[in-house]
Design a protein around this ligand. Structure first.
Ligand code: KIV
Length: 285
């Protein structure tokens, strides 16, 4: 277990300045948040990926602000020290700058999170600027942006051609100028991520499936711990197969209850003989 202090933005910036990699995982619930906080994870993203990992939708689009608020508040309760980021769900920022500021404000006021994240480049720079002006730390998200997966042709590598990569490089600069303190690059080629990291003026560049050159790495918790039943993407490494451990435990539970070996006397409470006899007398046999 890591003894830790509450993470702050200056402390994250200091890690970047020292060349120490920043760790970032998604998380959606109280007990997992507790484990991640205890393990010393620097940042936690309450991603709208919870639509897929927790709620079983096929995409992130049905996720609402109310879903995000509930899960982000639970994560905050479980992780008092990590830098908790609320992920702005579909249509919580796209309609207008005002909508974006109001919903970013809801995250801060109702969940106690430390920052928000939204997807998109140049077209979202005014939302990023508005949120930053409101005093809310904001993270941009470029490359594969799941809320636009259909328009991007599916969950696939972005920025493969020089022209497409240049758009991502330009977008990163625009988001940084708009006030994003960090930018997540999801599923872009390693050297494109390296170039953006090298050229960042002050922003922290985080990578997901984008190689080793960023200031830190994000992983989807369910991919990294064997908990998403549909598939494990290539960009994830399974650090522990918690799914297999739980599966084995479930089989044991079903077996022991069926065989009447659970519960054992250690798992229940008795009543004194005289109390029980009196009870029987009261209710009759
Ligand atoms: O919702 C999420 O978890 C995300 C990641 C895919 C980056 O935005």
């Amino acid at each position: 277990m890591v003894e830790r202090k509450r993470m702050t933005l200056p402390a994250l910036m200091e890690k970047k300045a020292q060349g120490t990699q920043i760790t970032w995982l998604t998380c959606y619930d109280y007990p997992t948040a507790h484990l991640q906080d205890e393990a010393g994870v620097d940042m936690i993203l309450v991603g709208d990926s919870l639509g897929m990992t927790m709620l079983g939708y096929d995409s992130t689009l049905p996720v609402t602000m109310d879903d995000m608020i509930r899960h982000t508040a639970a994560v905050r309760r479980g992780a008092p020290n990590a830098w908790v980021v609320g992920d702005m769900p579909y249509m919580s920022y796209q309609p207008s700058v005002e909508t974006a500021i109001r919903n970013a404000g809801r995250f801060m006021a109702e969940t106690g999170c430390d920052a928000v994240k939204l997807e998109g480049g140049a077209e979202m720079a005014d939302r990023v600027a508005g949120i930053a002006r409101a005093g809310i730390p904001v993270i941009g998200h470029l490359g594969l942006t799941p809320q636009s997966a259909t328009a991007l042709g599916g969950f696939r590598l972005q920025g493969k051609s020089a022209a497409a990569a240049k758009r991502i490089v330009d977008d990163a600069r625009l988001l940084e100028e708009a006030g994003a303190f960090a930018i997540l690059l999801e599923l872009v080629p390693d050297r494109v991520c390296g170039l953006i990291t090298e050229r960042a003026q002050g922003a922290i560049i985080m990578g997901l499936g984008s190689g080793p050159h960023a200031h830190g790495q994000l992983l989807i918790y369910h991919d990294a711990f064997g908990l998403y039943p549909k598939f494990t993407p290539r960009m994830a490494k399974v650090f522990a197969d918690a799914g297999a451990v739980i599966r084995e435990g479930l089989a044991g539970y079903v077996r022991e209850v069926t065989e009447r070996t659970f519960p054992a006397p250690a798992n229940w409470f008795g009543i004194k003989d005289e109390e029980y006899d009196e009870l029987v007398a009261l209710v009759g046999r």
